[in-house]
Design a protein around this ligand. Sequence first.
Ligand SMILES: [Zn+2]
Length: 136
Amino acid sequence: MKWIYREKTEQQLKNWFYQKPKNKRGFKTFQIFFSWYNEFVKDKNCHYCGISERDIQKLVHYGVIKSKRFPKNGNIKRGVSRGYWLEIDRRNPNGKYYKKNCVPCCYFCNNDKSDIFTEEQYFKFKENRKYYLLSF
Ligand SMILES: [Zn+2]
């Protein structure tokens, strides 16, 4: 199947939103989250490494980069939907999901940063993997 850019569907976003525990949801309603997503995440670039959603989608679609979690030929299934779209990262991983704490993030940066680093710490770590050794 030839690649064409695919937006994340409203249903996928609803699933994401309602799967988050209520105490982590800073966006008061799905509608507020949805308009924020359309303005600041959809078809944007990763906040940390700068890759575009289109580029990453193309690489995953054509199997240039592979994972069991990535859809093959754009075939999205339960548990096989990662990598294709930018994800939502919390700048401060201990904070809630709300406008000021959220940025678009590629699968790779999101996994790398995980719940380990804040935005500021991760930029330092990404720049120099030995950064935190310097503080010993
Ligand atoms: Zn990235």
